[in-house]
Write a protein that binds this ligand. Structure first.
Ligand SMILES: [Zn+2]
Length: 125
């Protein structure tokens, strides 16, 4: 479920975006201002805020998915489920680098500045 909430810190959020190649796992949206985090197992179904249960998803995909299981959502919408499942499995295995994300945010002068300059800064990773 998408919320503009602070269930993870900004460095953790950015580190997850970076882990996921800074793009929505469904549609590939890359504008950081349109990105959000999706719970693979929805909070409503007992999913936690653990980074392995969070993937990068744009606000648009996230709000149309709501609490639907990802597979069911992809099949319903005709998205490439095997490709998306591979991205999710990769995300579950990969580690995140919160320290690098924290430094990048600090160098930009804070999260809002980071997001404003986002696309330029993001590709330095
Ligand atoms: Zn999307």
């Amino acid at each position: 479920m998408s919320r503009a909430s602070n269930f993870v810190t900004k460095p953790v959020r950015l580190a997850i975006y970076n882990r996921d190649d800074c793009q929505c796992i469904i549609c590939g949206e890359r504008d950081i201002n349109k990105l959000s985090l999706d719970h693979i197992v929805a909070e409503a179904n007992g999913g936690t805020h653990d980074t392995r249960n969070l993937v990068t998803m744009c606000i648009s995909c996230n709000s149309s998915k709501r609490d639907m299981p990802l597979k069911a959502f992809c099949l319903k919408k005709g998205y490439n489920w095997p490709a998306i499942r591979a991205k999710v499995n990769r995300a579950k295995r990969a580690s995140i680098d919160t320290q690098v994300a924290k430094q990048a945010i600090n160098q930009a002068g804070g999260w809002q500045n980071y997001k404003q300059n986002g696309t330029k800064v993001l590709y330095q990773f």
